[in-house]
Design a protein around this ligand. Structure first.
Ligand code: PMP
Length: 400
């Protein structure tokens, strides 16, 4: 009998099949209609969206929608090709110019997703004689970029400058000439904590390492013109590569990397996740370009953080065990057991609030989280509604 290649998934399939059917299954939920950046119809019920990473509410911005519709009319629905073949339109170049202006950087390369941007830049820039040094709580795309490349991978303790210093010193002792890429995130997506970039970039530079910061959850949210945590902490000059995504604040899909490295454009010739996939469709390129212009001049950043503080404080005051403090747009409740977290999620959706159920291995330290990501488009009334429902369900489940 030939071995069934799928036997290895039995235990995960068993777990999945034991979940309740239909509306209360967090892995099969679908939006029947999306009404706005903050509301959708789910299971026939109007539901408040409290976990969509739609930080600036850009998905329904009139100017972005008009730009996208016009692009479909003028350029069609897709490019049907890679950036290095038929998939570069003038508008892709304009989007890269917009990114250069946005960051004040010499170079910008757009990828088809943020995942591919991390995959491509990390796996390509760090070669077989080099080291990639990553935070232990890094996003899957950073881990996968390491796995795809040939560099030696070293992890340091989450947000721990002393530990980073130790790791870099050890590499330098054994290999004084090695190329080193330190990979950090502006905001860590599960617990919403910011990296202490001042300390981490200084240590990296002291050891002559390059620094990449993934600003996926911080573009649009932090910094005077929304460039992210590196801008907010005043360390942009210490950062060699900024990676980001259009799938959160920018309200569409796509990824990018910007840099001042004089040879950065070489990536277009050697970076496989850039070369061997189709480029972004014109509608996405158009709405991303418009959204970046709007984000740079937005006055919604403080509204977003006020929203987050209101939800975080309300949940903490109600007695929930919080993983977040409100320093970013993320609010996460720690739930002691996985089955309780699944039940919590199911009760919340029945009450008309969609949140993210975040479980290991996507979470740090094996945590089970009810994760919210706030939007500047949420009204205080919507946050009061979320709080009311969290408290109701939390009491029902004996969590508070
Ligand atoms: N980096 C981080 C930190 C992320 O959280 C994500 C998405 N969750 C990505 C990269 C990938 O972004 P995209 O959705 O554009 O693939």
């Amino acid at each position: 009998m030939t071995l069934d290649l799928f036997d290895k998934f039995d235990s995960i399939l068993n777990d999945f099949n034991s979940l309740p059917d239909g509306g209360a299954n967090p892995f099969t939920v679908s939006m029947e209609k999306v009404l706005s950046p903050t509301t959708a119809i789910i299971n026939g019920q109007e539901t408040i969206l409290a976990g969509t990473n739609n930080y600036m509410g850009m998905t329904f911005n009139e100017e972005c929608m008009t730009a996208a519709k016009n692009a479909v009319t003028e350029l069609g629905t897709g490019t049907t090709g890679s950036r290095v073949l038929n998939g570069t339109y003038n508008t892709h170049k304009q989007l890269e110019d917009t990114l250069k202006d946005f960051y004040g950087c010499a170079h910008a390369i757009v990828f088809s997703t943020g995942y591919q941007a991390n995959l491509g830049v990390i796996a390509t820039v760090a070669g077989s004689k080099d080291y990639v040094v990553i935070d232990a709580d890094s996003h899957a795309s950073i881990y996968d970029g390491c796995a795809m490349g040939n560099a030696t991978v070293v992890r340091f303790k989450h947000n721990d400058p002393e530990n980073l210093d130790k790791r870099l010193a050890r590499i330098r002792r054994t290999d004084p000439e090695a190329g080193i890429l330190v990979v950090l995130e502006g905001v860590y997506s599960m617990l919403g904590d910011q990296a202490p970039l001042k300390e981490l970039t200084k240590i990296s530079k002291d050891h002559k390492a390059y620094v990449l910061v993934d600003e996926a959850h911080s573009i649009g949210v932090f910094g005077e013109t929304g460039r992210g945590v590196a801008q907010a902490q005043g360390v942009e000059d210490e950062v060699d590569f900024i990676v980001g995504t259009f799938s959160k604040s920018v309200g569409t899909i796509g990824g990018y990397c910007v840099s001042n490295h004089p040879k950065f454009e070489a990536l277009r010739l050697v970076c496989r996740p850039y070369m061997f996939t189709a480029s972004l469709p014109p509608s996405v390129v158009a709405s991303a370009t418009k959204a970046l212009e709007l984000i740079a001049n937005s006055n919604l950043r403080s509204k977003l953080l006020d929203n987050s503080m209101k939800l975080n404080k309300g949940l903490a005051d109600a007695g929930f065990d919080m993983g977040t403090t409100g320093e970013s747009p993320i609010a996460a409740i720690k739930v002691p057991a996985q089955d309780l977290a699944i039940a919590f999620w199911g009760e919340m959706i029945k009450e008309g609030v969609y949140v993210n159920l975040a479980l290991p291995p996507a979470t740090p330290n094996g945590l089970n989280l009810m994760r919210c990501s706030l939007s500047a488009a949420h009204s205080f009334a919507q946050i009061d509604f979320m709080l009311e429902k969290f408290i109701l369900v939390g009491k029902r489940l004996g969590l508070i």
